[in-house]
Design a protein around this ligand. Structure first.
Ligand SMILES: Cc1ncc(COP(=O)(O)O)c(C=O)c1O
Length: 409
């Protein structure tokens, strides 16, 4: 048969230590789950605030299923907008202090839609080398040229903008980087954008609910909510549901309705997910202490890991990478840790650059201090057992130098 040799490609992935398989969990994404039949502490879920299984969120989703049904039935442009979609958009816009919010099916779709709507053939998108895959795919869909600047390197970005000769259309960046847990220098990005008259889009997938005042994200923390043109956020992580949104001004929202392909050509988010996210947002607003608890837990885990000899200095958020380097060794440490009751998934290429495989730890507000202390110990022992001394870990900055120009876009 012509085309991809599937069998050979799968064997190749096995040989390279890059083969992926699905693991089974039972029960909701709480601090503890049963993984392939074994009870473990869950240290790699994006249910950061514990809202995915909160009773009020579950109830809201169940009520919405009874009231509106399980599916939205079509794209909102074709079969109409339900009251629940509009209500969540209004609440999100108020929460983010923006004129408008527009729901998308997922964060992946939102980034694809926003980037491809704001740049086109003959224009240039400036994209951080560690941006999420959905941004990279949005760049591809746009048909614009992509200038991939070195991670958070403002000199490199400025250099690219200076050479763009007015073809620059958009700077796009994650706020909190999903595999590194560091935060983009948004103030400098906005300053450069202003100087070169290009738009800015920020993906707050791991920022909303986690950082900034009341969990409003990194853009708010930097006081830039009036300066950033579009903020994308997902409902699938701290907000415990599924779906996503873009906040922007009214005119841009109308433009996205008319041009963002994943909004136009895909079914609207299901009513139970939308209602669940709305309930989660209300909880976030009235109980901001969850965000404080998440920050305290993140700091506690970093301290415990540092005590085990791991270099965690680059992370300032709930995402804490333990960079191992080799993919097979990262997997071995992951399996060892599971054996001893801690689940922290190993992340390998192409999700991260070659030679920077890692365990990506994700803290939840619902973890206890004892659980985090024990997790750090288990991870330290698991590393040693595979012959990896935690002190040998590549600091993230050094790891990046191994592959500064990822073939990202
Ligand atoms: C930075 C970033 N943006 C976007 C997404 C996609 O969001 P969703 O899971 O809602 O599709 C993710 C998910 O992993 C992410 O990490």
């Amino acid at each position: 048969m012509s085309g991809v040799d599937v069998e050979r490609r799968l064997e190749e992935l096995q040989d390279l230590g890059l083969y992926r398989r699905l693991r089974m969990t039972s029960g909701p994404q709480g601090p503890r789950v049963v993984l392939d039949g074994k009870p473990v502490l869950l240290l790699c879920s994006n249910n950061y605030l514990g809202l995915a299984d909160h009773p009020r969120v579950r109830e809201a989703a169940a009520d919405a299923a009874m009231r509106w049904g399980v599916g939205a039935g079509g794209s909102r442009l074709v079969s109409g907008t339900m009251r629940i979609h509009r209500k969540l958009e209004e609440r999100l816009a108020a929460f983010k202090g923006s004129e408008a919010a527009l729901l998308f099916g997922s964060g992946y779709l939102a980034n694809m839609g926003v980037v491809s709507a704001l740049a086109g053939d003959g224009e240039i998108v400036f994209s951080d080398e560690l941006n999420h895959a959905s941004i990279i795919d949005g760049c591809r869909l746009s048909r614009a040229r992509t200038f991939v600047y070195r991670h958070n390197d403002m000199d490199h970005l400025a250099w690219g903008l200076e050479r763009a000769e007015r073809r620059g259309a958009l700077i796009v960046t994650d706020s909190v980087f999903s595999m590194d847990g560091d935060v983009a220098p948004l103030g400098e990005i906005v300053e450069l954008a202003r100087r070169h008259r290009v738009r800015v889009a920020v993906d707050e997938a791991h920022g909303v609910g986690c950082i900034g005042p009341g969990g409003r994200g990194a853009v708010h923390e930097a006081g830039l909510e009036r300066e950033v043109d579009v903020v994308v956020g997902t409902l699938g992580k701290a907000l415990g549901s599924y779906g996503a949104y873009a906040t922007c001004d009214r005119e841009l929202a109308r433009y996205l309705v008319n041009t963002a392909r994943p909004f136009i050509f895909s079914t609207a988010p299901p009513p139970p997910s939308v209602a669940g996210a709305l309930a989660a947002l209300e909880l976030l607003i009235v109980e901001p202490r969850r965000v404080e608890r998440l920050a305290a837990n993140s700091a506690a885990l970093r301290d415990e890991l540092a005590r085990e000899g791991f270099d965690v200095s680059s992370s300032t958020t709930q995402i804490v990478p333990l960079v191992i380097g080799d993919a097979t060794q990262a997997m071995a440490i992951c399996e060892q840790a599971i054996e001893h009751g801690v689940f922290a998934q190993a992340i390998r290429p192409p999700t991260v650059a070659e030679g920077t495989s890692r365990l990506r730890l994700a803290v939840m507000a619902t973890h206890s201090r004892d659980e985090l202390r024990e997790a750090a110990r288990v991870l330290g022992r698991a590393a040693l057992k595979t012959g990896f001394r935690p002190g040998d870990g590549l600091p993230v900055a050094a790891a990046r130098d191994l592959a500064p120009e990822r073939a990202a876009a």
